[in-house]
Design a protein around this ligand. Sequence first.
Ligand SMILES: Nc1nc2c(ncn2[C@@H]2O[C@H](COP(=O)(O)OP(=O)(O)OP(=O)(O)O)[C@@H](O)[C@H]2O)c(=O)[nH]1
Length: 543
Amino acid sequence: MTIYKKVVLILTSMVVTLLLAFLLIQKLVIFPTFESLEQQYAKADIDRVEEVILDTIKQLDRQLHDLSSWDDTYNFIEHVNQDFIDSNLEPDTFANLHINLVYFLDTEFQPVWAQTYNFDLDDTDEVKISTNDDDVRQSIFLLKKQLVKLNSLSDDEPKVIRGLFFQNGNPISFSMRPIFNNDEDKMSRGYMILGRTLNQYMVDKFSEQLKKKFKIEVIAKNPLSMSDFSINKYNIDVLSKDMLTITKSYLEDDIPVFKISTEFKRVITKSGQKSLEYALLSLLGIGVFMILLITLLLKNSVFVLLTNLTQQMQGITQSKNYTLRATINSEDEIGILSSEFNNMLTVIESNNNELISANDQIKQANAELETLSLTDPLTQIANRLALDRKLRMEWVALYRTQSPLAIIMIDIDYFKLFNDHYGHLEGDNCLLNIANILTQNTKRPRDLVARFGGEEFTLVLPDTNIQDAVQIAKHIHNDIANSELKHQCSKVSEFVTVSIGIAGVIPSGTSSVGELMEMADKALYVAKQNGRNRIEINELLNP
Ligand SMILES: Nc1nc2c(ncn2[C@@H]2O[C@H](COP(=O)(O)OP(=O)(O)OP(=O)(O)O)[C@@H](O)[C@H]2O)c(=O)[nH]1
């Protein structure tokens, strides 16, 4: 995988990890915070509803407080005079004040005067008065517990009990106070109770006031009354992404008696979620933009330089031209790498030059050795090894073209006597003179003069027939005679003479170099036998 792909992969992994981390933080931290905030607001909402209900109870109590502390009320409970009723308890008064229940009780909690006004009263209804004894008795039964509580309050405590009781499925707010004579001994002569039904009309009125719809529901099967609302609990039901229900239940003896509930729009979570979605999309966009930007910047500042350097390195490796150098386009690590590569090339070039020079020297030495191994050190003409090689080579070539090959064997006559008489050094000199005469008589580039051994020489004459070879031999004979090299001890002349044997052949599959040499040697032997200083031809091999 290329570095470019690796960088893209790493950056993409980073962005994905970042997005996943963001999602995780959103789920584990941000959303729970939104939910907790939302619940706090929902609780505050339901508490406002509770406050309105408590306010209506307090308002009811203020009206009761006025009535119960009047002397007229005290007189009324003592004498039950109709005048008091007529002048103070007009039905319209209660209708205007939205009071649905007025009870006067004696100290035994027995009704002295009791009246209810239609519980479902609203502004348009006509006031309906009921003095149904059963309703009154049931109310007093339901409120008995509170009456006992009121009766047992100490002198330090405010003489009032307020709360809710539940009759015919309706929650009714109430307030009860003892009836005192202000002038005398503060002894109670009875009790006065005011009640206000929290029917749908009232709930709608409060909802309008709060700008919030809510419901009051009775939970317990046969609930009596409640004056303490401090024991309660909240319950939140998430209805959907947009809405939740908050309920506040009021308990007595651990049993839920009634509850207030309202719906709450999940604006915080919803708008928070939307913001987070925008943030996530922005993050994604920024991430993709950063990947593109970084890879683009890296591509121009790093990858292109690396690719160029790699191509230059490949070119140098393939061409083996170590004089070339990489171009340095930057001063960063890639520039340093290029520079170090060039330094390495300088070392390689120097080593290579040394190797080439050493190789040339070795080749030269080998060539010299080759020449030495094929040259006779005394006469500087070809030696026996060179002769053998030449013969094998020409044999193959002439076999292919079916051309004649002739050889001339030359042997100095009575050379032992020459050495004995003139000394070895003069002998060497004589050999050198003969070699020079032979060389002068071999004019074609393919001809070869070789020292066969001792005082014996051989001429290889490719593409030459016997007649031509004889002509050359005759020239040699004449040149040696004309050179008049003194040989006092020779038995055939006063000068150095040679015996010559000639053989020739067109190379074929049935003949060989060895046979040709043997035939020339035989011709030479015949020349020696026939008196020396002569030329003999081996006619059997005459091509
Ligand atoms: N000076 C000198 N003499 C050599 C060299 N190589 C061989 N000889 C001598 O050549 C002589 C050859 O003698 P032989 O083989 O008896 O032949 P020859 O005396 O020439 O007699 P024929 O060949 O029969 O005429 C020997 O005395 C060798 O020592 C050399 O390199 N230098």
